[in-house]
Write a protein of this length. Structure first.
Length: 116
């Protein structure tokens, strides 16, 4: 079992920045990739970014590439999503997902609202 807790969401003006955190507990040593997803009202959940366990490889959706940076601190079992130059279309609930060989786990989400 893995538990994920996201934090760092909030209200920010367009052009601003936020940093989200995803803290993992439990069988964290079995996690080989952690990703951030987001879901806007009335839309399907979509992938935003991901990072491997070692932190050596990162992945980004085209919509966030160049503005968002995913990173991790394995000593704290925490993955971060630094979001810069935020746009109103980035407004969504952001979820963290931990991928293991036999299961995936989701956090409860954190709301990000970008005002124009």
């Amino acid at each position: 079992q893995v538990q994920l807790v996201e934090s760092g969401g909030g209200l920010v003006q367009a052009g601003g920045s936020l940093r989200l955190s995803c803290a993992a507990s439990g069988r964290t040593f079995d996690i080989y990739r952690t990703g951030w997803f987001r879901q806007a009202p009335g839309k399907e959940r979509e992938y935003a970014a991901a990072i491997t366990r070692s932190g050596g490889t990162t992945y980004y959706a085209n919509s966030v590439k160049g503005r968002f940076t995913i990173s991790r601190d394995n000593a704290k079992n925490t993955v971060y999503l630094q979001m810069n130059r935020l746009k109103p279309e980035d407004t969504a609930v952001y979820y963290c997902r931990a991928t293991m060989a036999i299961a995936t786990y989701w956090g409860q989400g954190t709301q990000v609202t970008v005002s124009s």
